[in-house]
Design a protein around this ligand. Structure first.
Ligand code: NAI
Length: 678
């Protein structure tokens, strides 16, 4: 065995200890696979080989950085087979997260022991793949088809107790791995049959159909969940037939656009967490924060911060408002308990770290204050003036504004290096995205602290520069504009929404507006009317609907009609006639838009605006734009975001589409350099 191998074999009497040591997560890199193959030879002659992972986990998956290149020998399925066929039987002693290739290796061992709390998964589906080393073939034989579908098609993790109950583990132990292993191998049971040679009970056709329907519904166009179900069905064939089929499909999927996109999303999440603008700066430690304003957003931000272990003081306008804010936060925490997301004990502990008050002086000593009061410049300015008087001159000041220029909000505040935008998305305790907005004066240390704050709250934080709507809402505005132009020119709301769902959005732009209500955007448009470029085409259909009190689901009608007690949007004859009348009054000859044309336009407009945002330096990279869209606007992760989609479909398509849009609506679209081919 090579001395620098990440896999070591130590003989001790009739035992052989095999340890995989490839930090951080013992991924099955080429060196690990090679080391394991050598280890199988080295353990021969021993009574039993004990396989463990060094550090905090057993093998937690493959090495994704190797996935773009052709696979290198020895291949994982061959190594796994060697372990299963080894004369000296293997016992896997598992801890941490046993994922993907890790679980495949474990299933090839004669026995499996796991430390209590160990978690198991076949998460290949999350990167657009199926397992490639017998996972889909051994799992049904070991734990049955139903649980295997949950793992491989839905990416569900199982805990050790559940896996044991399903027959997937021989022992769950508390405490030390070595001690548990020694005790178990001292009196080994008879070697069981190889998992690959077992037969799995067929799942009843109707039960399979139920599973397939559920997976299909959640997939929103992603292929790999269903392909995992297909591959699992090959476990009814002899292993010698099913396993090569699995391997072939796994290798084919590595080259798929879907897998590329999901891998892009995986790496993009890591990339955006380390913005260049904060490079080298160490974040400050945060303990106690203030949230000012305890309405919809403030309550969510406070809840998320409590979840991140911070002490939170929430400041409201008066005692009554403070009391309602306290109830709102308690309600959100209790809701998490009801949904099984939080234990009673943790909930009580979070509430103990929370106070709501009407007294700004209670914010003295906080490390950070986040403002989420009304979207009004003067109100926000007054809040920061009051805060600046009670907090230390170093305390970080953050605003959750959606549209107001933070430079105006913070004008005149001493030490502007500590000022920052912290733009959460509604509901703030649920939505993953946090746009961190840098002012020209914001220091790198403050930015780094903003990112550390986001991480504690388990957000995906993305750095944004200052412009109207920052990254996400600026793109949303263009998307909506494109959708409204299509309505005027010939499409109907239900056609645009259906196309958006075909892209993989859970909802189209009009259904979504009905859900959230049309009034806020209406108020926004009225405010923007004075500064809007008069040359830009402006479609008034939405304004007309608002004037008709069609304000969305809550008013019983919006872009669609609703019947009492049912949220299902029904195409509205009234809305259609508003649209037709509008077109006629404007002298527009309406024409049909087919699904593909609408899809192409939505994707092109998002990519074009994303490119402009990167070209202007508002976002640091395409990856940042993609993360904003995936985590804040439900852009389908399996497409990797609008920039990744444009890269796959080709920027020529974006350019051609944008030129067509610009031809139809002159002076209304600004083409990015990338769309024009510069
Ligand atoms: P909201 O109206 O639900 O809550 C605002 C709260 O601020 C109210 O409870 C009010 O009593 C309190 N408040 C007003 N003046 C105050 C003062 N001087 N001191 C202390 N508290 C004061 O509004 P919402 O929706 O929570 O929005 C708050 C901010 O978050 C706005 O800037 C908005 O643009 C931004 N935002 C809103 C999002 C949304 O989806 N609603 C999404 C992202 C950001």
């Amino acid at each position: 065995m090579t001395t620098d191998s990440p896999v070591t074999v130590t003989r001790e009497g009739d035992l052989a200890w095999v340890t995989i040591d490839n930090p951080p997560v013992n991924a099955t890199s080429t060196a690990v696979r090679k080391g394991l193959a050598e280890a199988v030879n080295a353990v021969q002659g021993a009574r039993v080989a004990i396989l463990t992972g060094a550090g905090r986990t057993f093998v937690a998956g493959g090495d994704m950085s190797e996935f773009d290149a052709p696979p290198v020998e020895p291949h994982l399925p061959d190594v796994v087979q060697m372990i299963e066929d080894s004369e000296t039987p293997f016992v896997a002693v598992l801890h941490g997260t046993v994922l993907g290739g890790g679980f495949e290796i474990a299933m090839a061992c004669a026995w499996r022991l796991a430390q209590a709390g160990t978690r198991f998964g076949l998460p290949e589906v999350n990167v657009g793949l199926i397992p490639g080393a017998g996972g889909t073939q051994r799992a049904p034989r070991l734990i049955g088809m139903e649980a295997s579908i949950d793992m491989a098609a839905s990416g569900q993790m199982l805990d050790a107790a559940t896996l044991k109950a399903l027959g997937g583990l021989d022992l769950v132990f508390e405490g030390d791995l070595q001690a548990a292993a020694r005790e178990y191998v001292a009196d080994l049971p008879e070697r069981p049959s190889k998992v690959s040679e077992r037969v799995t009970e067929p799942l009843a056709a109707d039960a399979l159909e139920v599973k397939r329907e559920a997976v299909l519904k959640r997939a929103r166009g992603q292929m790999s969940p269903l392909l995992n179900i297909d591959a699992l069905q090959w476990a009814y064939l002899p292993f010698s037939e099913g396993q090569p089929k699995e391997r072939a499909l796994h290798l084919e999927l590595r080259q798929s656009a879907e897998s590329r996109a999901l891998r892009h999303a995986f790496f993009a999440e890591r990339e955006v967490a380390r913005p260049k603008a904060a490079a080298g700066a160490a974040p400050r430690d945060l303990q106690r924060i203030a949230v000012v304003g305890g309405g919809l957003m403030g309550a969510g931000i406070a809840t998320a911060s409590l979840g991140g272990g911070l002490e939170v003081v929430l400041i409201e306008r008066d005692a009554d408002a403070a009391a309602s804010a306290r109830d709102r936060v308690a309600g959100l925490i209790d809701g998490a308990v009801k949904r099984g997301k939080l234990s009673e004990a943790k909930a009580a502990e979070q509430k103990a770290r929370f106070t709501a008050t009407a007294n700004y002086a209670d914010a003295a000593g906080v490390d950070l204050a986040v403002e989420a009061v009304f979207e009004d410049l003067e109100v926000k300015r007054a809040v920061f003036r009051q805060l600046a008087e009670v907090v230390s001159p170093e305390a970080i000041l953050g605003t959750n504004t959606s549209y107001i220029d933070p430079r105006e909000i913070f004008e005149g505040i001493p030490n502007p290096a500590r000022c920052i935008g912290l733009h959460f998305f509604s509901p703030a305790h649920v939505m993953k995205l946090l746009e961190i907005v840098a002012l020209p004066e914001t220091s790198a240390e403050v930015l780094a602290t903003g990112f550390a704050f986001g991480k504690r709250l388990r957000k995906v934080s993305v750095l944004a520069g200052i412009c109207d709507g920052f990254i996400g809402n600026r793109m949303l505005a263009e998307y909506r504009r494109a959708a409204e132009y299509m309505l005027a020119d010939g499409a109907l709301p239900q056609e645009v929404d259906a196309a958006a769902r075909e892209i993989g959005f859970p909802m189209g732009p009009f259904e979504l507006q009905d859900l959230t209500g049309l009034q806020i955007a209406w108020a926004n448009r009225k405010r923007q009317a004075a500064t809007r470029d008069p040359a830009q085409r402006y479609v008034t259909i939405a304004d007309q609907l608002c004037e008709m009190d069609r304000l969305g689901q809550r008013s019983g009608k919006g872009w669609y009609d609703y019947v009492e007690g049912d949220r299902k949007p029904r195409p509205s004859a009234e809305v259609e006639s508003v649209i037709l009348d509008y077109a006629q009054a404007q002298g527009i000859t309406r024409r049909g838009f087919d699904r593909e044309e609408i899809v192409t336009r939505i994707l092109a407009v998002l990519a074009n605006e994303g490119a402009r945002i990167v070209e202007e330096g508002i976002a640091e990279s395409d990856a940042a734009v993609d993360m904003v869209q995936i985590h804040g606007y439900a852009f389908p992760r399996w497409r990797g975001g609008p920039m990744q989609t444009a890269a796959e479909r080709g920027w020529t398509e974006v350019g051609d589409t944008m030129r067509r849009l610009a031809g139809e609506s002159p002076d209304s679209w600004v083409l990015s350099d990338r769309a024009t081919g510069n």
